[in-house]
Design a protein around this ligand. Structure first.
Ligand SMILES: Nc1ncnc2c1ncn2[C@@H]1O[C@H](COP(=O)(O)OP(=O)(O)OP(=O)(O)O)[C@@H](O)[C@H]1O
Length: 307
């Protein structure tokens, strides 16, 4: 028996056109095992279409999409290889969470007790006998995740899983997925909200208009230096205090009393207090990752299609 040791997920030259919309355009990327990868891009970038091609729900016009080295349709036991939660809307409102999952167990040949296990895993144990119609959107997201977990798969694919979760739910999801990846398994999670992803993912794959604009580690993407905006009536004293021991302090003067300084805001604050310099404003620079994401996904004038 041969053992596959390549990436957990791979897309190579993927293409999909709907009518005259090129949803996915020559897309190539890979997802390593044991990582959480954020699949990012603005609305309409082609994320869902790509996930659907990976899961054999949409046929590509060209290229290939594989999980564990095989196309979804060629996986002998797909539920053990990949679990997916694409949307949390397909549940019947009158039936309970438990009854949904028991049906899935029957269809896939898993013991019925597996339904109770995964419902406990996602924190829905106490609500499992209630009708899904009474679930919040966050609970339905958890139910969709529970369904994806039934086969104890190596790879989890989740489309916008943080939608509808409250802050506590987001923290819970983050911990859950981290444990999952730490056990050597792989998570691909799509989102158009970068801030949700920042504390969750190791790697990012960024799409714009169906094309790959960047693949790499989160650290690579957010490697810009920290900076802060400062307002003070004592500009020269502040700069003197900050400049001590700093060979190359990068400062931009925005107004007589306003500076953009390439240092972390917390450091500037500490130095100002020690030197008894009065500050009227101290604002950390816009997060570098957010800035990078914005630049990577913003449409440039020259790319816009003629009206
Ligand atoms: N079945 C379909 N028929 C026609 N057009 C489609 C179909 N599915 C997707 N599209 C179009 O393809 C493009 C990519 O859509 P897709 O849903 O893959 O993007 P997305 O990045 O997932 O966006 P969102 O975050 O809004 O879900 C969009 O222009 C969309 O309107």
């Amino acid at each position: 028996m041969s053992v596959y040791i390549g990436p957990a997920i791979e897309a190579a030259g993927l293409n999909k056109t709907f009518g005259d919309v090129k949803a996915v355009d020559d897309l190539t990327f890979s997802v390593e095992r044991g990582t959480i990868t954020g699949f990012l891009g603005p609305n309409g970038a082609g994320k869902t279409t790509t996930l659907r091609m990976l899961l054999g729900l949409v046929a590509p016009d060209g290229g290939s999409a594989t999980i564990g080295g095989r196309r979804y349709v060629d996986l002998p036991e797909p539920g053990k290889v990949v679990g997916a939660a694409l949307e949390a809307t397909g549940f019947h409102p009158a039936r309970s969470g438990l009854s949904h999952l028991r049906v899935y167990c029957t269809v896939s040949g898993y013991p019925l007790a597996r339904a109770d296990e995964v419902l406990d895993d996602v924190g829905l144990g106490p609500a499992k006998r209630r009708a899904v119609g009474g679930y919040s959107l966050g609970m339905r997201q958890r139910l969709a995740l529970a369904a994806a977990l039934l086969g104890d798969p190596e790879v989890l694919i989740l489309d916008e899983p943080a939608n509808g979760l409250d802050p506590e739910g987001i923290v819970w999801m983050r911990r859950f997925l981290r444990r999952y990846a730490d056990s050597g398994r792989t998570v691909l999670v799509s989102s158009h909200v970068l801030t949700e992803m920042q504390q969750l993912v190791d790697q990012v794959v960024i799409l714009r208009r169906g094309r790959l604009v960047r693949q790499g580690s989160l650290a690579e993407l957010s490697s810009g230096p920290p900076w802060a905006l400062v307002k003070t009536p004592e500009v020269e004293r502040l700069l003197a205090a900050l400049g001590e021991g700093v060979a190359d302090l990068r400062v931009e003067r925005l107004a007589p009393d306003a500076l953009r300084i390439e240092l972390a805001a917390a450091h500037i604050g500490r130095v100002a207090v020690d030197a008894r310099v009065e500050l009227h404003e101290l604002t950390p620079g816009r997060d570098d990752l957010e800035q990078a994401f914005f630049e990577l996904t913003t449409e440039h004038e020259s790319e816009r299609e003629p009206a």
